[in-house]
Design a binder for this molecule. Structure first.
Ligand code: ADP
Length: 174
């Protein structure tokens, strides 16, 4: 289902989609990078909803995702996905990264989301090598879409380099 995947160079907060995915941390407590950008653009209601989830379930484990409204963003929802911190590659990082994408997509289907935008989860502050992450992300999303009602998945790449890396991985995707 790679034809339902689009690669875009840009800023995820500008995307007009039903749901925007945030690369969150497991305490849902806000950080820099894409998380900071989403909370700044979306306003305080997103943080408030994260706080309520935190109080209810103590955050979000690595490889999982939670959903909130999107405040001032054009989207309806923000899906907060927690990717793994890179620790050399032998600590289940690949599976945890795949899981962060899959759990986000499951939530999206549950909420009847038709269009969704992902950042490159874990490849910023969390240090996951982007070439390896791109292959995993595109493979799991493409496979997941076979059994999903989601019409379009966008990967929003923030740098030229990341865009190139994802483009190459996309070409190599069967
Ligand atoms: P993580 O902690 O999961 O690594 P980061 O936010 O540090 O998350 O980085 C994930 C990716 O998101 C990086 O490639 C970073 O360059 C990118 N990024 C940062 N800001 C934005 C943004 N506004 N839109 C899209 N991607 C962004």
């Amino acid at each position: 289902m790679k034809e339902r995947i689009k690669l875009i160079k840009g800023n995820i907060v500008d995307q007009e989609v039903d749901a925007i995915v945030n690369a969150a941390n497991s305490s849902l407590s806000g950080g820099g990078g894409v998380d900071g950008a989403i909370h700044r653009a979306g306003g305080p209601s997103i943080d408030e909803e994260c706080r309520i989830i935190r109080e209810k379930q103590g955050g979000c484990p690595t490889g999982h995702a939670v959903i909130t409204g999107a405040g001032n963003l054009k989207a309806k929802y923000v899906i907060h996905a927690v990717g793994p911190i890179w620790r050399g590659g032998n600590h289940n990082e690949d599976n945890l990264l795949a899981s962060a994408y899959i759990e986000s997509l499951k939530l999206a289907d549950e909420y009847n989301v038709k269009t969704i935008a992902f950042p490159s989860i874990s490849t910023g502050a969390y240090g996951f090598p982007v070439e390896r992450a791109a292959k995993i992300a595109l493979r799991v999303v493409s496979d997941y879409l076979e059994g999903s009602n989601i019409k379009e998945v966008r990967f929003i790449l923030f740098s030229d380099k990341d865009y190139e890396v994802y483009s190459k991985a996309y070409e190599e995707l069967e």
